[in-house]
Design a protein around this ligand. Structure first.
Ligand SMILES: C[S@@+](CC[C@H](N)C(=O)[O-])C[C@H]1O[C@@H](n2cnc3c(N)ncnc32)[C@H](O)[C@@H]1O
Ligand code: SF4
Length: 399
C-alpha cells in the first residue's frame, strides 16, 4: 500500500505531508445559498483553529517537509479566524518559502488588517478573492451579505503594501453575470490582480433538481450549459494579467509521486488523488483530520452511480468515529496509523469495499482525467473574449 520510494521523505507512514489544507474557521459573514454552511446548518460546528493548535501540528521539524498550505475549507472563511494574522506570522516566520494559498470572500476587514496581512506574506503566497459580481448589487446576487467596498479596499491595500503577493480574482459563472464576465475581468485587471479565474460550477438545477425554484420552474442562477462544469473541466481556467507566477508550485513534487502511484493503483477501483498530494491533507476547524476536504463535506445520503451502495451521513466513517481522527486528542502519527485510517486506505483497492464518498471524486476514470489535465499543463489563452476562451479550454482538455 505504501509508496515504495517516496521522493524526499515527503511521506509519513504512507501519507503525503507536503500539501495541506486547513479550515482555519467555519465562521462566515456571508450566506451564499449553495455553500454547505448555508444548505446544511447543524451538520458542522461553528468554530475556529487557534495558534496553539497550528503550532502543535506544524512544529518547525514538520514544516521542513511542508511545501504548501491551502487555507480554504468547506464551511467558512479563513479571514474570520481570530488568530488568522498570528497563524500566518508563525508559519511564514518558521518557513519563509512555504506557500500559503488563502481563499476568501474578502468582506468586512479593515484596511489596517489587510496592511498587516500584506506585510507577512511574500512572493510565494497566493490570495484568491471569490467575487462573482462587479458592484455591491450584482455580487450580492450570490454572495449574500458581502460588502463590495471592503473587498475592493482589501485588494487595493494588499497591492499597495506588497507588490509580490499573487492575487487572483475568482468568479463563478452564473446566469446573472454570464454576459458581464469580460466587464468583471476588466475590473479585476484595473485593481492590479495577477490573474482572473473563471469557475464553472455544478450546483445547478439541471444537475440537481433541488435547485429548481418551484414558483419559476427553473433555476434562476443557472448559466448556459456550456458554462456548467463537466466532469472534465474543474476550476482550472485562468487568464493571467502578469507574466510572473507565485514562487512555489507543488506540481513537480506531484509529478514525482505519480509514477509510483500509477503502479500502486493500476487496477484499483479508486485512484486516490490525496495520495499524490493533488489534494491536500485536510484539517477542519474542529481539528478533525481527513485525507482530503471532499470526504469531509456534509451530505444527507450519497449513492454510488456504479454499485448498489449508499451511505447516510450519520453512518459515515468520519461522523461515527470522529474521535479517532481528532488532532486535538491524538498526534498526527496516531491518527494516520489508526485502524480506521488504514481501513479507508485499503478500501480504495477493492471495488466492494470502496467508500461511496471517495468514488464520487476519485473513481479511477475521474482521477485519470484529472491527472491528464495536470500533466497537459495547458496554457490558458489571454487575448480572446473570456467565454470563448472558456469554451476553447474545455475542448482542449477533453481532447
Ligand atoms: C465554502 S467556500 C470557502 C472559502 C471562502 N469562504 C469563499 O467563499 O471563497 C469554498 C469554495 O467554494 C466555492 N463556492 C461557493 N459556492 C459555490 C458554488 N455555488 N459553486 C461552486 N463553488 C462554490 C467558493 O467560491 C470557494 O472557492
Ligand atoms: S463566502 Fe464562502 S464560506 Fe461564506 S457562505 Fe459564501 S461560500 Fe460559504
Amino acid at each position: 500500500m505504501s509508496l515504495k520510494s517516496a521522493p524526499d521523505n515527503l511521506e509519513l507512514f504512507g501519507q503525503q505531508i507536503f500539501h495541506w489544507h486547513l479550515e482555519l474557521s467555519s465562521k462566515c459573514a456571508l450566506k451564499c445559498p449553495r455553500c454547505p454552511r448555508t444548505e446544511l446548518p447543524g451538520r458542522y460546528k461553528v468554530t475556529e483553529m487557534s495558534l496553539d493548535f497550528v503550532k502543535k501540528i506544524f512544529a518547525p521539524e514538520r514544516l521542513l517537509y511542508v511545501k504548501k498550505i491551502l487555507m480554504n475549507g468547506g464551511q467558512g472563511d479563513a479571514i474570520y479566524c481570530s488568530d488568522f494574522i498570528r497563524i500566518i506570522k508563525y508559519l511564514k516566520s518558521a518557513k519563509r518559502d512555504l506557500q500559503l494559498c488563502i481563499i476568501t470572500n474578502g468582506s468586512y476587514k479593515e484596511k489596517e488588517w489587510w496592511q498587516e496581512t500584506a506585510q507577512v506574506l511574500n512572493k510565494n503566497d497566493i490570495i484568491i478573492f471569490s467575487i462573482d459580481g462587479w458592484d455591491q448589487e450584482s455580487n450580492e446576487k450570490y454572495r449574500v451579505n458581502s460588502h463590495f467596498e471592503s473587498i475592493m479596499e482589501g485588494i487595493k491595500t494588499l497591492r499597495q503594501f506588497n507588490s509580490e503577493i499573487y492575487i487572483v480574482w475568482s468568479a463563478i459563472i452564473f446566469k446573472f453575470n454570464q454576459d458581464k464576465i469580460d466587464h468583471i475581468k476588466e475590473l479585476a485587471k484595473s485593481m492590479g490582480v495577477d490573474s482572473f479565474n473563471v469557475v464553472q460550477s455544478r450546483l445547478f438545477g439541471s444537475i440537481n433538481p433541488d435547485y429548481i425554484d418551484p414558483n419559476l420552474g427553473y433555476d434562476p442562477l443557472e448559466p448556459d450549459k456550456d458554462f456548467i462544469e463537466s466532469s472534465n473541466t474543474n476550476r482550472g481556467f485562468y487568464i493571467n494579467f502578469t507574466k510572473r507566477f507565485a514562487g512555489v508550485t507543488i506540481n513537480p513534487t506531484i509529478y514525482k509521486f505519480i509514477k509510483e502511484y500509477e503502479k500502486d493503483y493500476e487496477d484499483s477501483y479508486i485512484s486516490p488523488l490525496c495520495r499524490i498530494g493533488e489534494r491536500g491533507l485536510y484539517i477542519d476547524a474542529e481539528g478533525i483530520l481527513y485525507p482530503c476536504s471532499w470526504i469531509s463535506h456534509p451530505f444527507k445520503i450519497q449513492a454510488s452511480k456504479r454499485r448498489n451502495k449508499s451511505i447516510v451521513w450519520e453512518k459515515s466513517l468520519f461522523v461515527e468515529h470522529k474521535d479517532c481522527f481528532d488532532l486535538k486528542k491524538h498526534s498526527l502519527e496516531d491518527v494516520i496509523q489508526h485502524p480506521y485510517w488504514i481501513k479507508l486506505q485499503c478500501s480504495w483497492l477493492d471495488s466492494k469495499k470502496a467508500f461511496v464518498e471517495c468514488e464520487k471524486h476519485c473513481h479511477q476514470s475521474a482521477s485519470k482525467r484529472k491527472i491528464n489535465i495536470l500533466m497537459k499543463k495547458i496554457n490558458n489563452a489571454n487575448h480572446k473574449k473570456t467565454l470563448q476562451a472558456v469554451k476553447d479550454y474545455r475542448r482542449e482538455i477533453e481532447s
